[in-house]
Write a protein that binds this ligand. Structure first.
Ligand code: PMP
Ligand code: GLN
Length: 394
């Protein structure tokens, strides 16, 4: 038989599925795949339940229900002062995952170069490659995750079509600063390139860090597609409602990709997300402060156990270096060991690299109840103690 799509047959199942299955198998606390363990706001969930019962369950409009498009445009204005046309500048998608695929499809022709920053979210490279794009990788490195400006500039060429920028960044929790964004904006203008901005963690930012959409910088509104996720903003990751905002000319192409991928997504969820996006400022500001406390709880606990914990200014995640524990295997072996032996799952950081990755870092999700984080730390403590004794006497 002829080979099917070799790009797909050459990639494995996503690490999030692999580690979540291992966590279930070993009854481990799952600090791997990033999802909160409490439901999102009850009024938003109730709105979704109510909306199922009032006879609007047929296909919604292809670019999204008008009330949700209006709410997305209003949120762009309220939080960032951005002027987005609710009728032509927004497409509602099946999660940010589809938003990313549709946005990249809207921009990439085969042979186009796409600048991407490692460590990177695991759908980026497969989608870019399926479209015939040529990834140009630039790394931010631990422990500071500072943007290497000369290397970024060198990654751009006359063939660069776009930069895919994730801020706040999964897995490392980096939030790009105003100064870094100005530098990036300069490169985009110089090379007449676009940016697809994955901002799913836009509201999960820890003071004093502040999320600044690249699109708000001078000259950037016409070049950027900005992606949000209701899953993250409302702690309802299973809903898979995402949204793309941008200039009408680009968003109309995103809509054409979307019409061929999924066409639309569940109307009751769209209506509930509109309710959510219209909530008071307090809701959005408390997201970051509540999560920051969880980051601190988990980070301090891991540090006490001997991990070197790296800073995280946003997202659900913190990266920890396990080298000081004396564990002899790589990050995948470490994650397997703690899942199977300690009963705590995490994600190996090398899953976010295209190769030659550092192999002594793991990503822990802290979007869990405090009692769950405490139990995870207690389990890790019981596991680490004899392991350290072993190293000490070896
Ligand atoms: N981008 C990043 C950086 C993510 O971490 C995720 C994971 N949730 C997504 C996109 C996909 O978001 P969604 O669940 O809305 O598809
Ligand atoms: N974004 C989530 C994470 O990084 C995973 C989403 C998924 O499993 N597809 O953990």
């Amino acid at each position: 038989m002829k080979p099917a799509n070799t790009l797909l047959s050459n990639i494995g199942t996503t690490i999030f599925t692999v580690m979540s299955a291992l966590a279930v198998q070993h009854k481990a606390i799952n600090l791997g795949q990033g999802f909160p363990d409490v439901e999102g706001p009850p009024d938003v969930v109730q709105a979704a339940a109510d909306a199922l019962l009032d006879h609007r369950n047929q296909y919604p409009p292809m670019t999204g229900l008008p009330e949700l498009r209006a709410a997305v445009a209003a949120a762009n204005k309220r939080f960032y002062g951005l002027n987005i046309d609710p009728n032509g500048g927004v497409v509602v998608t099946s999660g940010a995952t589809e938003a990313l695929a549709a946005s990249l499809t809207a921009l990439i022709n085969p042979g186009d170069e796409v600048v991407v920053i490692e460590p990177l979210y695991d759908t980026y490279l497969p989608v870019i490659k399926l479209l015939g794009g040529i990834p140009k990788l630039v790394r931010v490195n631990p422990p500071g995750w500072v943007l290497p400006r000369a290397e970024l500039a060198a990654a751009f060429s006359p063939n660069t079509k776009l930069l895919l920028l994730n801020s706040p960044m999964n897995p490392c929790g980096k939030v790009f600063t105003a100064d870094e964004l100005r530098f990036i904006a300069g490169l985009l203008e110089q090379h007449d390139a676009y940016a697809v901005c994955d901002e799913v963690y836009e509201h999960l930012v820890f003071a004093p860090a502040k999320h600044i959409p690249l699109m708000t910088l001078p000259g950037m509104a016409e070049r950027c597609l900005r992606i949000g996720s209701a899953g993250k903003t409302f702690s309802l990751t299973g809903w898979k409602i995402g949204y793309v905002s941008g200039p009408n000319a680009l968003v109309s192409l995103v809509a054409k990709a979307h019409q061929n991928f999924t066409f639309t997504s569940a109307p009751n969820l769209q209506r509930a997300v509109a309710v959510g996006l219209n909530k008071d400022d307090d809701y959005f500001t408390s997201l970051g402060s509540k999560l920051a406390a969880k980051r601190d709880l988990l980070s301090a606990g891991l540090q006490e156990l001997g991990f070197e914990v790296l800073p995280s200014d946003g997202s659900y995640f913190v990266t920890a270096d396990f080298a000081p524990l004396g564990f002899s295997g790589d990050d995948m072996e470490f994650c397997r060991a703690i899942t199977e032996q300690a009963g705590v799952a995490a994600i190996p950081l090398s899953a976010f690299y295209d190769g030659h990755a550092p192999r002594h870092f793991v990503r822990f999700a802290f979007c869990k109840q405090d009692s769950v984080l405490q139990e995870a730390l207690a389990r890790l403590k019981a596991w680490v103690a004899p392991a350290q004794r072993l190293t000490a006497t070896a």
